[in-house]
Ligand binder design. Sequence first.
Ligand code: SAM
Length: 196
Amino acid sequence: MASVILPVLLALLVAVVFVCVSFVLPALTGAPWVPSSNDIVRKMLVLSKVKPGEEVYDLGSGDGRIVIMSAKEFGARSTGIEIDVFRAFYSKLLIRLLGLAGKARVIWSSFYRVDLSRADVVTVYLLPETNDKLTPKLERELRPTCRVVSHAFKFDWQLLDSDEGAKIYVYNPRPSAPLHGALPGVQDKQSEPHRG
Ligand SMILES: C[S@@+](CC[C@H](N)C(=O)[O-])C[C@H]1O[C@@H](n2cnc3c(N)ncnc32)[C@H](O)[C@@H]1O
């Protein structure tokens, strides 16, 4: 009897750990895993005008599809940040198998812990509350020329471009304008460079 129960318990334990790491933890820390379609990924990269040699960061990179496409089709140097250990290592493996190791990488970490100051383009497909929580970090760390492209959910910044049908929004992350405008003689924060 014990010879049956033990493997079953072990299999159950592995399943519970997998569900927690792959589904519960990401949902609690940023967003559950729902991949963007390849068509949407291509539109995100076109709309944010990714150029060869630019640094693209995907916050919550899932199976690595944005990281891989931006390196392979757009010639970018791309970095994915993924909290789920299984998807992070799956995408690392895929990058090696596709021969993209010099151009693309995935960091197994929370995006809140990674410095984003080298990014030219940041891609996200998260949740509205996660976008809000990320806003101060993005405003603090990103270069004034950096574009943020979001799938599905908006940020509280002025839009640079959008594809409403595909729900893709492109921004240049700047602190929101003060409610009543700047006082005379005081420079509006909106027009200042905002490097932290
Ligand atoms: C909706 S999926 C988007 C995946 C991919 N960017 C795409 O568009 O196909 C969100 C991803 O973010 C990851 N994630 C959630 N919270 C995170 C965090 N704090 N740090 C890094 N990744 C996170 C999830 O594991 C999941 O893979």
